[in-house]
Ligand binder design. Structure first.
Ligand code: GRF
Length: 205
């Protein structure tokens, strides 16, 4: 058994990665539990998923905030109020300010639909297809001060097929995301991830 490891999952849209984590957390012995889902906007499917799972949800509305630091503080306040020990960014479309890293040091995860450091930023899947790469994939990494840049925890390869469009490739990438992200979160919750400079080492379970 692991210690109690509550997390906040941050979302902006569909929330299929949130759903994968919620489903994984149903299994006996899973390391983490979703204490709260936080969205930067109202009326997104991810909030419906939280409600269906009986998990608290909150909207910290980006459009109502004066600046990034105020927004970041509000998100961290909500997460801490629910006892979260880590932030899990799952399709979250905002960049958190540095205070988030100070409040959750080495405890913010992000998932990106490409093999970083290739294709950071927005529209990564479309850029990979347009570039003509033959393989792309999924990266889960710790968040640092730069976008899509922190130490890489896990990567999985997804081949790019000759007729792939952004949509078809993204669909296959998402299937992999839904497997890898819950596994990484479980490892974080069990204290298995050790950061050694830029290198993340997986320790024995
Ligand atoms: C995922 O492809 C993730 O890699 C990217 O945004 C997408 C979110 O999908 N950061 P969902 O909201 O989890 O369905």
């Amino acid at each position: 058994m692991t210690d109690h490891y509550p997390v906040a999952v941050l979302v902006s849209g569909n929330g299929s990665n949130l759903q994968a984590i919620l489903d994984a957390a149903e299994a006996p012995g899973y390391g983490a539990e979703v204490a709260v889902v936080i969205s930067d906007r109202p009326d997104v499917k991810a909030l419906d998923r939280a409600e269906a799972a009986g998990v608290p949800a909150a909207v910290v509305d980006w459009s109502m905030m004066s600046d990034r630091d105020t927004f970041t503080a509000a998100v961290c306040d909500v997460a801490e109020a629910h006892g979260a020990r880590a932030l899990v960014l799952a399709g979250f479309m905002r960049v958190l300010g540095p205070s988030a890293i100070a409040r959750f040091p080495d405890r913010i995860l992000n998932i990106h639909p490409a093999l970083l450091p290739s294709f950071p930023g927005l529209e990564a899947v479309g850029k990979a297809v347009a570039h003509g790469v033959k393989v792309s994939g999924v990266t889960v990494h710790f968040v640092d001060e730069e976008v899509d840049h922190g130490p890489i925890i896990a990567q999985e390869i997804v081949p790019v097929l000759p007729d792939d469009t952004e949509d078809t490739l993204h669909a296959r990438i998402q299937e992999i995301e839904h497997d890898v992200y819950p596994r990484v979160l479980d490892a974080l919750a069990r204290g298995r991830l050790r950061i050694d400079g830029r290198v993340v080492r997986w320790e024995e379970a």
